[in-house]
Ligand binder design. Structure first.
Ligand code: GLN
Length: 485
């Protein structure tokens, strides 16, 4: 077993007992990054020198007997988490040279525990996309098959787990951006409940939907990482002041007494047969572990994608108004006055998908259309949330596919935005409902393409999700399979 195969808890134990040093582990990751990043395009910014300095500091902290759970562990971050002194591009030309003056709260918590920061990860521009092909810096490739997408928008966060280019990472999820790439890359991705993790220092895409969460190799690692980043933060008025459970204590080995719901709207005709088969066998495993399987319905599911693309684009059009070439980011100077400067800057800085969304969102918010589109979508959203609250009166978690197909080919959906939008059909309702979802590997399609199982939990029910996911991983070894590079 090589150093880059160890899980977070294994690494923590070996670092704490000084069987390994953080410098050794960090070097092992840096060597792999140097060998494989060019072919996979996972990191947008590497920091080999600084990461080793982080590691030395972590080793000093461990020597002083002060090891926190993530001390000395090499991690990487989606490039829309704001990092002090480290370029934060959001996958956009507009922020290509943007160096933030502060750390976001989640980043601060990792730095505070002396985790090692390997670098910043590729993503769809501002989080808009499902394939990482909307990155201004080229697509991140899927380590299982380089001709295929890694998923998106947190493509780099998931691919770095599959390629063993970081021990764990953080991504963000507005409509599926943690869970869908995790599914396509064979990683574990958790979208926490809205309000669970502070978004201070997370570049906003759609503020009523965005959440930060861990991407890891195992469910236990997900629990560990969530423990460090979760909690109330005065600096984020949407973070919720409620106790953070002990997530590791919630991990379980059997599922006796657990009721798992299967929403019929998620097992539809268009589902890829291999996804269908794989998810069905994962549900058999849950049953064998003692879970009671219950058939349920989320009747407003059909409206979720349309509702999401109104709300997300409306919020994006407003959030992205700040990139005006005045305060930060790129500015394209030239003839004319301020308006011409705005136009040139935004015209040159944003990619096509971002422009499409700004136009759609501006339209949905414009006077005369607001009530018909945005307000209506908000009402539908309430119905979708109520569907979830109703079924959670009957079941503890829901089990569904993450994505309707395994990873598709690069370029396959580029010409048809609607097809691309439909890849998030099973993940979007969770964001609209503001609750939590976990994606974990549950098998492979032909050609060794990973497939994910989604577990959906009650608001603030991450502990139950992690409990079920861990039991599943104790009984299976899909999460131990490795992509050959
Ligand atoms: N693919 C969805 C979108 O493009 C979700 C992205 C995300 O979760 N950031 O909006």
């Amino acid at each position: 077993m090589s150093l880059t195969d160890l899980t977070l808890s294994e690494l923590h134990d070996k670092l704490r007992t000084k069987e390994l040093s953080s410098v050794e582990v960090t070097r092992a990751y840096l060597e792999r990054i140097a060998a494989h990043n060019a072919a996979l395009n996972i990191y947008l910014t590497e920091r080999p020198v600084e990461a080793l300095r982080d590691a030395e500091a972590a080793d000093r902290r461990i020597a002083a007997g002060e090891a926190a759970p993530l001390t000395g562990i090499p991690l990487a971050l989606k490039d829309l988490l704001v990092t002090e002194g480290i370029r934060t591009t959001c996958g956009s030309k507009l922020l290509e040279n943007f160096i933030p003056p502060y750390n976001g709260t989640a980043v601060h918590k990792l730095r505070d525990s002396s985790a090692v920061l390997l670098g910043k990860l590729n993503m769809d521009e501002f989080g808009m996309g499902s394939s990482n092909e909307n990155s201004a810096f080229g697509p991140c490739r899927n380590p299982w098959d380089r001709e295929r997408v890694a998923g998106g928008s947190s493509g780099g966060s998931a691919a770095c787990i599959a390629a063993r280019l970081a021990a764990a990472s953080l991504g963000t999820d507005t409509g599926g951006s943690i869970r869908q790439p995790a599914s396509h890359c064979g990683a574990v991705g958790l979208k926490p409940t809205y309000g669970r993790v502070s978004r201070y220092g997370v570049v906003a895409y759609a503020s009523s939907l965005d959440q930060v969460g861990p991407v890891t190799r195992t469910v236990e690692d997900s629990a560990l990482l969530l423990q460090t980043i979760a909690g109330y933060d005065r600096a984020d008025s949407t973070s919720i002041d409620c106790p953070v459970p002990d997530y590791r204590a919630a991990l379980r080995n059997d599922l006796k007494g657990v009721r798992v719901g299967l929403p019929k709207e998620y097992f539809i005709d268009g589902l890829d047969p291999e996804v269908q088969r794989t998810v069905a066998s994962a549900i058999d495993v849950l049953r064998d572990l003692g879970a009671e399987i219950v058939h349920v319905s989320l009747p407003h599911t059909d409206y979720a994608v349309a509702c999401y693309y109104l709300i997300a684009t409306a919020e994006a059009s407003s959030n992205l108004a700040r990139y005006d070439g005045v305060r930060y980011g790129r500015r394209v100077t030239g003839e004319g006055g301020l308006i011409e400067m705005y136009n040139r800057t935004r015209g040159a800085g944003f990619g096509d998908e971002v422009k499409r969304r700004i136009m759609l969102g501006t339209y949905a918010l414009s006077s005369g259309y607001y009530d018909a589109y945005y307000l209506k979508a908000q009402k539908v959203r309430t119905l979708i949330r109520q569907d979830f609250l109703d079924v959670f009166a009957q079941v503890d978690v829901l089990a569904t596919p993450v994505a309707p197909t395994p990873a598709f080919r690069l370029g396959e959906k580029g010409a048809d935005p609607l097809q691309m939008y439909l890849s998030d059909i099973f993940t979007i309702p969770v964001n609209l409902a503001g609750t939590c979802g976990l994606s974990l590997p549950c098998g492979f399609a032909a050609g060794k393409l990973p497939i994910g199982l989604q577990l959906i939990g009650k608001p603030f029910g991450e502990d139950a999700l992690l409990g079920v996911g861990h039991a599943y991983q104790q009984a299976t070894d899909w999460h131990k399979q490795q992509a050959e590079l």
